[in-house]
Design a protein around this ligand. Structure first.
Ligand SMILES: *Cc1c(COP(=O)(O)O)cnc(C)c1O
Length: 386
């Protein structure tokens, strides 16, 4: 069989490799603590589950869904953006339902990138941006995220000719994997830059509701005129513990939304309408106390992990968003080497920083997705084996 050459260009999916190693160690009888994958450990809110159970019974939803998403879901998305961010969206033209934002981000690249086009991709970053750029025949131009720059890209470092050839720029704040946050002033700068070079600005807002210490994350669509250049991806996965449901939406520039819609119409046939109705329920009727309690829980876990790691000499920052810690590895170690040591010696799974790009070298990412006693045990085991 002869697969496309583009397949050979795709690096192996990070978590598939980690799972394999993890299985090997588990087979030896080791009790593994997994801080690897970013998947909430708590269930979906009850109101959402109950709504889904009821909606599944509706035979109307047993047929093909609407391509752009059900009107109710898109209206709920617009209402959520109005209430949460003060951003007005036309649910018909500026909102599109997605089968998870990973799907939408991937397909947006196919809607924009011709062979040879440049895509401005942060590094480290969620791997989809770079992988699909390569699959589509585009050229990723790396925007390094470094500690010195608070993990924000430096637009002045992008060469003029690269900026002119760029079709898309990806941003993701609060950020996976660095847990960095951005303020509205940074988003204003990004919008102005993308307007100058006629670049579609993509904001991956998967973690906007997972914030701590009183910090409230902005939407890029709050920047005046952002809709001229920007499209934002909001996922229900992380804030509502719905990673398994596959429901998200894209919002913003109507031309970008329409182009993404063309790729999707010709690829998938939309998410099960009962799931979209459950998504509507999550957006409109989940009590704020649910989000607040989740965030309080992650804050406690964050504090335990940060204080524990600092006591061991790790120079780790205390993030205001996401449920990750971006931890510098001990002097003289590599990301992959230290990840392997932690798994082999301590039975603790983390993600190596290099799984998110070359600028992830020197870091590991911890996901705060286990209960406090397990987290304490993980820190304890790291102490014993260092
Ligand atoms: C988890 C995550 C997503 C994906 O979410 P889905 O809606 O579940 O596909 C997108 N972007 C980033 C940065 C993430 O960490």
């Amino acid at each position: 069989m002869r697969t496309a050459s583009r397949i050979a260009q795709v690096p192996p999916y990070l978590f598939a490799q980690i799972d394999k190693k993890k299985a090997e160690v588990a087979a030896r009888g080791v009790d593994i603590i997994s801080l690897g994958i970013g998947d909430p450990d708590k269930p979906t809110p009850k109101n959402v589950v109950d709504r889904a159970v009821a909606e599944v019974q509706n035979p109307k939803w047993h047929r093909y869904p609407d391509y752009e998403g059900s009107p109710q879901f898109r209206e709920a998305a617009a209402a959520f953006y109005q209430k949460r961010f003060g951003v007005s969206l036309d649910p018909k033209k500026e909102v599109l339902a997605l089968i998870g934002s990973k799907e939408g981000l991937a397909h947006l690249i196919w809607a924009f990138v011709d062979p040879g086009d440049v895509v401005l991709v942060p590094d480290p970053a969620y791997p989809v941006y770079k992988t699909h750029t390569i699959l589509a025949g585009g050229t990723p131009h790396i925007m390094p995220l470094t500690r010195e720059n608070n993990f924000l890209p430096d637009f002045t470092a992008i060469p003029e000719d690269v900026a002119r050839r760029a079709k898309l720029m990806f941003l993701n704040y609060p950020n996976n994997p660095t847990a960095a946050t951005a303020d509205l002033a940074f988003f204003e700068e990004a919008v102005a830059y993308c307007r100058k070079y006629d670049i579609c600005l993509v904001s991956d807002s998967a973690y906007s509701e997972m914030t701590y210490d009183g910090y409230v994350a902005p939407s890029i669509l709050q920047v005046p005129g952002a809709k001229d250049v920007a499209i934002e991806f909001f996922s229900l996965s992380k804030p509502f513990n719905m990673t398994g449901w596959r429901i998200a939406f894209a919002a913003g520039n109507p031309e970008a939304v329409a182009a993404l819609g063309i790729v999707k119409t010709n690829t998938d046939s939309g998410q099960f309408t009962a799931v979209q109705m459950a998504g509507m329920e999550a957006l409109l009727h989940t009590p704020q106390s649910f989000i607040d309690e989740m965030n309080a829980m992650y804050t406690r876990r964050r504090d335990i992990a940060v204080e524990g790691l600092r006591a061991l000499g790790f120079d780790v920052r205390k993030p205001k968003g996401t449920f990750y810690l971006w931890v510098p590895v001990p002097q003289g170690q590599t990301s992959a080497g230290f990840t392997e040591t932690l798994l082999e010696k301590a039975g603790v799974v983390v993600a190596p920083g290099t799984g998110y790009g070359d600028y992830g070298e020197g870091y590991i990412r911890l996901a705060l997705t286990v209960e406090e006693p397990r987290l304490k045990e993980a820190i304890d085991r790291i102490r014993q084996h260092l």
